[in-house]
Design a protein around this ligand. Structure first.
Ligand SMILES: Nc1ncnc2c1ncn2[C@@H]1O[C@H](COP(=O)(O)OP(=O)(O)OP(=O)(O)O)[C@@H](O)[C@H]1O
Length: 254
C-alpha cells in the first residue's frame, strides 16, 4: 500500500490537484462551517482510471465538483492539461471555463440535466456537437452510445423528464462518453442500474482508457472498482487517506 502513487508526475498529468481546500458556510444555521476537503493532492494521467472510494460524507463528490468548478474551492490549485497547454481552473473566467467543459473535460453527475421536451438522442448528440462532431456524426455517435447502453430505441425521442432513474443514468453516461474528452469525471455512474445494464455501462467506461481518456470516478461499488480501476484513492474526512492498486488497497480496507 502506498500513500503517494509512484507515477505522480505533475508534468505529464492530465489533471493535477494541489492543496485543495473546501468548506461550506451554512448561513441558515448561524453561519456554521461544514468542512469538506482538507488539502487534497492528486494527479491523474492519460489512460488511467482512478476510482475514488470512501465513506459517505468523506468528500468524494465535493472533490469532483471542485475540479469541475461546480463548487469554487477555498484555496488550492486544479490544473488541467488542454490542447493549448496547462490551464489553472480555479481562477479561469466563466466563458473560458464553459468552453473547456464542452471540449476538454466532462462531468457525469448522478442526475440528468436535460432541457424540457428534449429526447435522449438529441441530448447525447448535442454533447457530441459541442465536442466537435458535425450534426450527422453527432447523431450517429449518439445512436451508437445509446445502443451500447441498451436504451430502447422507442425512448430516443421521448422527453427525458419521463424516463426512469436507470434510463436517465444511461442517457447521462452516453452523453458523457460520446466523443470523449481527455478527462472524464464520473459520480457513481452505475448506481441506479440493474445487473445487465450495469455490465454494459462498466464495459463502456472500461473502453475509455484505450481511447486515451483519463477517468476519475466515484464508486461505492467495490466490484466495479476491481473491474475498472488502475488505481484506487481512498478518501476519509476530506483527505486522501491511502492510494494504490485496487487489489492491495481493497484487501487492506476489507
Ligand atoms: N452544497 C453543500 N452545502 C453544505 N455542505 C455540503 C455541500 N456539499 C457537500 N457538503 C458537505 O461536505 C461533506 C462532504 O460531502 P460529499 O458529498 O463530498 O461526500 P461524499 O464522500 O461524496 O459522500 P457520499 O458518498 O454520501 O455521496 C459532507 O459533510 C456534506 O454534508
Amino acid at each position: 500500500m502506498t500513500t503517494t502513487h509512484p507515477s505522480s508526475r505533475t508534468q505529464d498529468a492530465v489533471l493535477s490537484v494541489r492543496a485543495l481546500h473546501k468548506s461550506f458556510t451554512l448561513h441558515s444555521i448561524d453561519g456554521r462551517i461544514v468542512p469538506s476537503l482538507h488539502g487534497v493532492d492528486l494527479d491523474v494521467h492519460t489512460g488511467e482510471h482512478v476510482a475514488l472510494a470512501g465513506p459517505s460524507g468523506a468528500g468524494k463528490s465535493s472533490l469532483l465538483r471542485c475540479i469541475y468548478r461546480t463548487y469554487l474551492p477555498d484555496s488550492g490549485s486544479v490544473r488541467l492539461r488542454t490542447a493549448a497547454g496547462p490551464v489553472e481552473l480555479t481562477t479561469l473566467g466563466d466563458r473560458e471555463m464553459a468552453r473547456l467543459r464542452g471540449r476538454e473535460f466532462g462531468y457525469v453527475s448522478q442526475f440528468l440535466a436535460a432541457p424540457p421536451r428534449t429526447g435522449p438522442l438529441e441530448v447525447v448528440a448535442a454533447t457530441g456537437r459541442r465536442r466537435g462532431l458535425d450534426r450527422a456524426e453527432a447523431r450517429e455517435a449518439a445512436a451508437a452510445a445509446l445502443h451500447r447502453l441498451n436504451l430502447d430505441e422507442t425512448l430516443w425521442d421521448v422527453d427525458c423528464g419521463v424516463l426512469s432513474g436507470g434510463e436517465r443514468q444511461r442517457v447521462n453516461l452516453a452523453a458523457g462518453t460520446v466523443e470523449p474528452p481527455r478527462l472524464l469525471l464520473l459520480d457513481e455512474p452505475v448506481s441506479a442500474l440493474d445487473p445487465a445494464n450495469r455490465e454494459a455501462a462498466l464495459a463502456l467506461i472500461d473502453s475509455l482508457a484505450g481511447q486515451g481518456v483519463a477517468v476519475l470516478a466515484v464508486f461505492h461499488d467495490m466490484d466495479a472498482i476491481r473491474q475498472l480501476a488502475s488505481r484506487v484513492v481512498f478518501v476519509a474526512d476530506g483527505r486522501i487517506a491511502r492510494q494504490g492498486a485496487p487489489a492491495e488497497l481493497l484487501e487492506a480496507v476489507a
